[in-house]
Design a protein around this ligand. Structure first.
Ligand code: NAD
Length: 375
């Protein structure tokens, strides 16, 4: 008998509501067939919230997000909101969620389903069966460090143009340790290996990063295999032999770049889930936001063409990381794999030679049917 799992669903804009409708089918299936009790609330974020409240995330929605086990987000943004003031742009709603929930660990799996290996920018033999997880520190580092800014470079007559731009890479040991712990915990649920990436050869913050990750390992996770790699070499290794990795942990800047590079190993944007996790709450579950990597895809919104798999796989991550339902998560991933192996494709997964694409709703229905068939 499990406790109820509380979820707040924020579909957002564009294809967000379309792909989220398919996740709701999956949630309902697990509720009806796996003895799980979900308490599901729905609310607005992004442009949809701006239209209703004049802000991309209301205080009430923010408070609801803080009170649930997991937030599921679709996507935000769209051309109708492009000219809004920066302070109320749809993305600000997402940033507020991440900041106020203090979601410091961003999880980006790069998993290559066999049926889609030919969609990768790399050769099939390099990516088939790929299953790695990049853990990016999300709330500190050079994107947040002070001092920052652009100012006059007075007293430097040799500087043509006369200005200087400054950002500061800054990490505390506590910030490194908490994201390292997240990576080691995740590794224990997977292949039990962590590779930490920084630039300890040229950056003091990189030396600190390396030492603190090692400290957490030696004192708390000696059972997990830990290696260190310079981030530039990491980028090379990701395209040379990505399957050598299990969990990669890295800082905000390197993680931003490395996770996008890893994403391309797997083919379509419509396939990529993500999770952002924070500190444990009173019930032991981490603060958590799950969302597909893709945006609101205004070019195909409202046409039933969107691929719901990234959003569905984001819910699989919620099952695994918020609710410790690893078996259910794996069953859902197998259902996705089965449907793809059967040749079912949304338009984004089709080559010129392929047959007819299924709609967003048909893809969702077939994944639920595959779940039921496996049971
Ligand atoms: P996008 O990810 O929305 O779309 C890029 C391309 O990929 C488009 O051709 C789109 O049709 C396709 N695509 C994306 N998701 C798909 C899916 N599930 N199925 C099939 N095809 C899919 O990126 P963009 O076009 O640069 O941005 C559109 C809007 O989304 C902008 O307003 C942007 O600010 C916003 N955005 C939001 C997020 C987010 O909510 N996390 C992320 C990125 C962009």
């Amino acid at each position: 008998m499990t406790d109820a799992y509380s979820l707040l669903i924020l579909p957002g804009d564009g294809i967000g509501p379309e792909v989220m409708a398919e996740v709701v089918k999956v949630i309902d299936w697990f509720g009806a067939n796996r003895g799980m009790t979900f308490e599901v609330g729905h609310d607005l974020v992004g442009g949809a919230a701006y239209d209703r409240h004049g802000v991309p995330l209301s205080d009430e929605t923010m408070a609801r997000a803080q009170s649930v086990d997991a937030v599921l987000l679709g996507a935000v943004g769209g051309p109708a909101y492009d000219d809004l003031d920066f302070s109320v742009k749809p993305e600000r709603g997402l940033l507020r969620l991440r900041k106020e929930m203090d979601l410091f660990a961003n999880l980006r799996p790069a998993q290559c389903f066999d049926a889609l290996a030919d969609f990768s920018s790399l050769k099939r033999e390099i990516v088939a069966g790929l299953d790695i997880l990049i853990v990016r520190e999300l709330t500190s580092g050079v994107y947040f460090g002070e001092p920052r800014g652009i100012h006059a470079d007075d007293n430097n007559p040799d500087n043509e143009g006369g200005r200087v731009g400054v950002n500061t890479q800054r990490y505390t040991s506590g910030e490194v340790r908490r994201v390292a712990r997240a990576a080691f915990e995740l590794a224990r649920k997977r292949g039990n290996r962590v590779c930490s990436m920084e630039k300890a050869n040229v950056m003091e913050s990189g030396i600190l990063w390396r030492e603190e990750v090692q400290w957490v390992h030696d004192n708390e996770y000696p059972d997990v295999a830990l290696s260190h790699m310079y981030a530039d070499n990491g980028a090379m290794q990701l395209v040379r032999n990505p399957r050598q990795f299990d969990v990669i942990v890295t800082d905000n800047l390197f993680g931003d770049i490395l996770s996008d590079a890893a994403a391309m190993l797997t083919g379509s944007l419509g396939m990529l889930p993500s999770a952002s996790l924070g500190a444990p709450m009173a019930n032991g579950r981490p603060k958590a936001l799950y969302e597909p990597v893709h945006g609101s895809a205004p070019d195909i919104a409202g046409q039933g063409k969107a691929n719901p798999i990234a959003c569905i796989l984001s819910f699989a991550m919620a099952l695994r990381y918020s609710f410790d339902e690893g078996d259910a998560a794996a069953a859902l991933e197998r259902a996705v794999e089965k449907v793809l192996a059967d040749g079912v494709r949304t338009a984004d997964l089709m080559g010129p030679e392929d047959g007819t694409a299924v709609s967003t709703a048909q893809m969702g229905d077939l994944i639920v049917a595959a779940l039921a068939a496996e049971a």
